[in-house]
Design a protein around this ligand. Structure first.
Ligand SMILES: [Zn+2]
Length: 192
């Protein structure tokens, strides 16, 4: 697994959808980092983000579903920051993920312990639940007040989507800002 050498983009700590989209990023030098490159990586990511119970183990099928949703969310965010209409396929995919929010937790009764609610589901349902939560977050974000704050990092070779935590923020991280400033300084020097 290639861990992105960057802290989470602003907004990714509070928005699961931005966090998911941020698991695949372009790196300087034309490389890519993917935090969900295997079912094990995808499992770890979902557990770390409290989206599935700790004992969950994802199957390849679930990993593929999750990275598929990531691509569709990316398309929605990209279209939004570019001021364009989103691809119909991406919109449909996110809506279908939204609709897969599971039905209510079952009520069980045990002679010793009495009533309890149960969320035990097959792993595919756990992942569908996680995907529904992530899609819900994206829908709330894109249709809400914060949508105007969504931006794409302006540093060359970076494509991270982030929330502008202050109006003039143009980079996803200080690293990207430093890289742009360094490149600018270098260009000025060579011009002289
Ligand atoms: Zn960046």
């Amino acid at each position: 697994m290639t861990k992105p050498p960057l802290p989470p983009a602003p907004g990714a700590d509070t928005h699961a959808s931005l966090a998911l989209v941020g698991t695949a990023v372009a790196l300087p030098g034309g490389q890519h980092a993917d935090e969900l490159a295997s079912p094990e990586d995808a499992t770890r990511w979902l557990i770390e983000h409290d989206l599935v119970p700790h004992e969950t183990t994802l199957l390849t099928y679930c990993q593929t579903q999750l990275t598929g949703l990531r691509a569709h969310l990316r398309a929605l965010f990209d279209a939004h920051v570019a001021g364009e209409a989103p691809p119909e396929t991406a919109l449909d995919a996110v809506n279908s993920a939204l609709r897969k929010a599971p039905s209510a937790r079952t009520l069980r009764h045990d002679a010793q312990t009495g009533f309890r609610r149960e969320t035990a589901h097959p792993v595919t349902q756990l992942v569908e639940h996680a995907m529904a939560q992530i899609s819900e977050d994206a829908a709330t974000l894109l249709a809400g007040d914060e949508a105007d704050l969504l931006a794409r990092c302006e540093a060359p070779a970076c494509d991270r989507i982030f929330l502008r935590t202050h109006a003039r923020r143009r980079w996803c991280s200080t690293r990207c800002g430093d890289r742009v400033r360094a490149a600018r300084a270098y260009a000025n020097q060579t011009r002289r």
